[in-house]
Write a protein that binds this ligand. Structure first.
Ligand code: PEP
Ligand code: MN
Length: 337
């Protein structure tokens, strides 16, 4: 249920309602909007609850949340959410650009990429230290050593770090170094992991599972939000279909659809979404045109030598050209990149 407070409701009245909601065995999420404050009361609904809450001082009305996801829903919060994590701002008209290699490999590789993407206009650096690889025989990442190299790159360039966490037990370690915790596509429905990142104070980039519906993606986000972490960005990274000309099929209608259903920002990953370097620049520009709040792009100084995903990585000059193209699209939409 949504407890909509009156415009002139006092802080004490809001706090009082939070306590009343909690006494009913529900969780209260306070959302302060530009117009008025609403409190999402989440949990099992029992009879008379609505009436009981509606009688509270300062309450304008109590309405049910129709969507199965609650805190993520536009019904609860009309204004788009903006997430700020160090140098990265995403959402509410600001487009974030996260760029870097699939995996952190060497000091030289990550530092040279960080410098190049920063110079070309990226606002965050990506790089996997813990890699979820399809084969156990593939490169699994440098783990903590990789995280240290990312921290070194942040120190030098000021770029926020986006890096994946693959296991619940690794969350404290990865959160120590990362500005944004990436939940990979394979882990979108690892609910204990979602709860664990929901307990941190780090922003989360939640990637869509290759066979997950939009509703499943939003319910996965709900696991994180429900733990009290409001900073979740959703990421469309392509789904598995019968089509074989691309690694995955990248459905860009997800972007306006998600904007319709949720206030959370939406990031697109054209690198995994296409799986081919030559398709990435146009699909990055198309993502911006579709209204994406951010893009995440794989960039490697020598893609042919990459230990993972080289075939879909841009070189640094290609990234620069892609940025020019995206910037023109963003400007046409009255946005800044
Ligand atoms: C990645 O970002 O390198 C990655 C493994 O992505 P995904 O989880 O979307 O496959
Ligand atoms: Mn990758």
């Amino acid at each position: 249920m949504i407890v909509v407070m009156e415009k002139e409701a006092s802080r004490e009245q809001v706090e009082h309602m939070v306590r009343r909601i909690e006494t009913l065995g529900l969780k209260a999420h306070v959302i302060v909007g530009t117009e008025r404050t609403v409190i999402a009361a989440i949990g099992e609904k029992r009879s008379q609850m609505k009436e009981s809450l509606a009688s509270g001082a300062g309450v304008a009305e109590v309405v049910p949340i129709l969507a199965p996801y609650k805190v993520a829903s536009r019904e609860v919060k009309k204004e788009p959410t903006q997430i700020v994590a160090g140098s990265l701002t995403v959402g509410a008209g600001v487009i974030g650009v996260i760029a870097g290699p699939c995996s952190v490999e060497t000091e030289e590789q990550i530092l040279s990429t960080a410098r190049a993407v920063k110079a070309a206009g990226a606002t965050a650096l990506r790089g996997g230290a813990f890699k979820p690889r399809t084969s156990p025989y593939s490169f699994q990442g440098l783990k903590e050593e990789g995280l240290k190299l990312l921290a070194m790159a942040r120190e030098e360039t000021g770029l926020a770090i986006v890096t994946e966490v693959v296991a619940t037990a690794d969350v404290p370690l990865v959160a120590k170094y990362a500005d944004v915790l990436q939940i990979g596509a394979r882990n979108m429905q690892n609910y204990r992991l979602l709860e664990a990142v929901g307990k941190t104070d780090r922003a989360v980039l939640l990637k869509r599972g290759p066979s997950a519906t939009m509703e499943e993606l939003l319910l996965a986000a709900e696991y994180i939000l429900n733990e009290g972490n409001p900073n979740v960005m959703l990421c469309e990274r392509g789904i598995r279909t019968f089509e074989a000309h691309t690694r995955f099929t990248l459905p860009l209608a997800s972007v306006p659809y998600l904007h319709h259903k949720t206030h959370l920002p939406v990031v697109v990953d054209p690198s995994h979404g296409t799986g081919h370097t030559y398709l990435v620049p146009d699909m990055a520009a198309a993502s911006i045109a579709a209204g994406a709040d951010g893009i995440i792009l794989e960039v490697h100084p020598h893609p042919e030598q990459a230990l993972s995903d080289g075939y879909q990585s841009l070189t640094c000059p290609q990234f620069e050209e892609t940025m020019d193209k995206c910037r023109r699209v963003a400007e046409a939409l009255g946005k800044k990149l």
